[in-house]
Design a protein around this ligand. Structure first.
Ligand code: FER
Length: 328
């Protein structure tokens, strides 16, 4: 029996009983364009197919839902990712920066909001992709330029710069071959981010460099990176948004050794996962620790799996809280 599922933008197929994931050769240009209007072709959830299957690279453990694993938000309105002709538009550009960490010139997509001006200083959201993705993944999955243009036009989010880098910090950073083998490069990216990318962004763009003006969010491996790099560097990030966090997430006790400090310094910890996502136990584990330690956070569990619909709708809601004081 064959199961397929989506891993950070790639279709994976495996036969039950095998512990490794067989990956095709064409990850470089993933065939499937994200279309939020349609359910992904591969929502076939390994759990539903065979809830008893163990292992399976982390997707295989049974999903056990708790009473508070519920949606904090509704589904976004129709058209939230569509370009609107009647509003001002920001700009999406592909930039390059020198990485001393990797020893190469690396790429990032950067969104600047409508009316971007050197006379203002902007907050920056670093938005990270999954194991099968690269600097184009968020652009393909969530049209972030339209999503942010629309929210800014409606006064629901503040003008911000959104940086979508390549989180696979290795010389060949294309999503090729067995992408699971590049998992260590997602940890190396912490150094690239802190030492290379952030300085490059802050010299090229007009950025407010206070920690309260820097956010980190991401999907799956990028969700784990958001937990690890955000909570691990509270002097750099005050807003953290992990969606569908992957097993690269460090244990909560390791990430939050000082509960009082986390409470004091976190402006927002915004966690989401789909209730059909075989990786949900990772986010549940974090939520449980945060609850036990009384650390404020958002916990949003919707009805999706490990899929672009969950990620675009999480970005839609996270974008409406980040860099804003909570509405009273
Ligand atoms: C794993 C299962 C999933 C894993 C990573 C992922 C490193 C990542 C999925 C994604 O980014 O979509 O066991 O181990």
């Amino acid at each position: 029996m064959k199961a397929t599922w989506l891993v950070g933008g790639l279709l994976f197929a495996t036969n039950f009983g095998l512990t490794s994931i067989g990956v095709g050769q064409e990850q470089n240009t993933p065939k499937r364009e994200a279309n939020p209007a349609q359910p992904p072709e591969n929502t076939e959830d390994p759990q539903r197919v065979n809830p008893r299957r163990g292992g399976g690279r982390g997707f295989g453990a049974p999903i056990v839902l708790e009473a508070d694993d519920v949606a904090a938000y509704e589904a976004p309105p129709d058209g939230f990712l569509k370009e609107r002709a009647d509003i001002p538009h920001g700009k999406l550009e592909l930039i390059e920066y020198e990485s001393s960490t990797v020893g190469t010139t690396r790429k990032a997509n950067v969104y600047t909001p409508p009316g971007y001006s050197k006379d203002k200083k902007y907050p920056v959201l670093y938005l990270l992709h999954g194991i099968g993705g690269d600097e184009t993944e968020w652009v393909r999955f969530a049209s972030p330029n339209h999503l942010f243009d629309n929210l800014i036009a409606d006064g629901k989010t503040v003008p911000m710069i959104v940086v979508m880098p390549n989180g696979r910090a290795q010389k060949n950073d294309r999503a090729e071959g067995n992408v699971m083998q590049s998992a260590p490069a997602f940890a190396t990216f912490e150094q690239d981010l802190l030492k290379d990318l952030i300085p490059a962004i802050e010299s090229k763009y007009s950025v407010d460099t206070h920690r309260e003006m820097r956010a980190i969010a991401g999907l799956s491996m990028g969700g784990g990176q958001s937990f690890n790099f955000g909570l691990g560097n509270l002097d750099r990030f005050a807003w953290v948004g992990p969606f569908s966090a992957a097993p690269n997430t460090k244990p909560p006790q390791e990430l939050i050794p000082d509960v009082a400090k986390a409470k004091k310094e976190l402006k927002l910890l915004w966690i989401s996962c789909g209730n059909k996502d075989g990786l949900i136990r990772i986010s549940q584990n974090m939520h449980r620790f945060l609850k036990e330690n009384d650390i404020p956070h958002v916990w949003h569990v919707d009805g999706h799996g490990h899929d672009p619909q969950h990620w675009s709708s999480s970005l839609y809601w996270f974008a409406q809280s980040v860099f804003q004081e909570p509405k009273k």
